[in-house]
Design a protein around this ligand. Sequence first.
Ligand code: GLN
Length: 188
Amino acid sequence: MKKIGVLSLQGAVDEHIQMIESVGALPFKVKRSSDLDGLDGLVLPGGESTTMRKIMKRYDLMEPIRAFASEGKAIFGTCAGLVLLSKEIEGGEESLGLLDATAVRNGFGRQKESFEAELNVETFGATPFEAVFIRAPYLIEPSDEVTVLATIGERIIAAQQANILVTAFHPELTNDNRWMRYFLEKMV
Ligand code: GLN
C-alpha cells in the first residue's frame, strides 16, 4: 500500500486523509521532517499559506520538503498548497519554489471569496469536475515545463510539473476523488 503524508500544521487535513483512504492508500499526518521518512507522496492542504509557511519555518520543514521533491517523490498541493509550491508568489513572499509559475493569492477577488465551478479537465474525460473555490489563488506565467490541466478564462487553476501537482480549488471537499486517484496512479 502506498503511503501518503498530509502536512498537518493547519488547514483542511482530515478531508485529505479521508480522500487518501478512499483511493486505497495509507495516510499519515506530517508534523516534523522525520515524518517524511518512508512516505511515497505528500499532500499540502488548503488553509492559510502565510500561517502554514510560518509554522513550516519554525519546524524546519522547508528544506526537507524540497529534498523530498528532489528525490522525485510526488507532492500534491491544493489552494494554499498551490501557493506554497509555486516558484514565486506575487508580492514576494517566500515559497518552496517547486512549480515553475507565479501564484496570485486570493486571485478571484472579494466578491467571489467562495464559489463552485464545473471544470472540463481533459485528463478526466467527459464528466466535468465540480470544483470548490475558497479564497482561491490562480497561477500565471508558467514555464514550458508546466502542463496546464484546467483554467477559468485565462486563469490557471490546475497544473502539473513532473512530480508536482497543484489545484487552486479543494478536491478534498467533494466526493469526487479523481484528482487524488490521478495523483496516486500517475505520479506517486
Ligand atoms: N487565500 C489562502 C492563501 O493564500 C488560500 C485559501 C485556501 O487554501 N482555501 O493562503
